[in-house]
Design a protein around this ligand. Structure first.
Ligand code: CA
Length: 229
């Protein structure tokens, strides 16, 4: 079994390399994101141990890029903080499991065995509502055959709506899921961004899909209605 360890802290990297080698793995170490991308696309790994905090690309971005480049080896993410958002971001980026630092080697080793047993993950399914489609791992979205050019925030917003078709999402709910908890910017930021997003996904395609529910919030209808193009 071949494992790629992506970690810039020398002590942790050396500990993992020694421990995993003793357990019979072939181990390669990459100390930054660019090296990780090179190794992962050059060689086939059975599993990848990926630290979140790295000098160039962070672990989330690396994971996302690996999936975009059709590298589906299981990924165990090492998160420095025991933060729910880190775990969610990791899983959204296409990681398969996570472990919070500091970790015990025994536990890491057990998690790796479980991931290897499970094998390479399947290509994630696209989110789809009507003819709106979004690929969470590849960070791409389409209306019909037309690819949408969305900012990261608009993309996150569309992803949230696609995960809750037909449901009214309140501004507070949207704010909590697309912005950080501690966001203290302008109060109508949700309305602004919903308007930006709508301008890109509805009128150019002649449909009304993302609707305002007065006094409540916003809803992506289960099916688009004809609108003025
Ligand atoms: Ca690190």
């Amino acid at each position: 079994m071949r494992v790629l360890v992506v970690e810039d802290e020398l002590r942790t990297a050396a500990l993992l390399q020694r421990g995993l080698t003793e357990e019979g793995y072939a181990v390669d170490v990459a100390a930054d994101g660019m090296a990780a991308m090179w190794h992962a696309t050059e060689f086939g790994y059975d599993v990848v141990v990926l630290d979140v905090l790295l000098p160039d690309l962070d672990g989330f971005e690396i994971c996302r890029r690996l999936r975009t480049r059709d590298c589906w080896a299981p990924v165990l993410m090492l998160t420095a903080r025991d933060a729910v958002m880190d775990r969610v971001r990791g899983l959204d980026a296409g990681a398969d499991d996570y472990l919070t630092k500091p970790f015990s080697f025994v536990e890491l080793s057990a998690r790796l065995r479980a991931l290897i047993r499970r094998g390479a993950r399947e290509r994630p399914t696209l989110l789809q509502v009507g003819d709106l489609r979004l690929d969470p791992a590849g960070r791409r979205a389409w209306r019909g055959e037309t690819e949408l050019e969305l900012s990261p925030r608009e993309f996150a917003l569309l992803e949230l709506f696609l995960r809750h078709p037909g449901q009214v999402l309140t501004r507070t709910h949207i704010l909590e899921h697309v912005w950080d908890y501690a966001y203290e910017g302008v109060s109508n930021v949700v309305d602004q961004y919903v308007a930006y997003l709508r301008r890109k996904i509805d009128p150019p395609h002649g449909v009304k899909h993302l609707e305002t529910v007065r006094g409540a919030g916003y809803r992506l209808r289960a099916a688009a209605a004809p609108g003025s193009g």
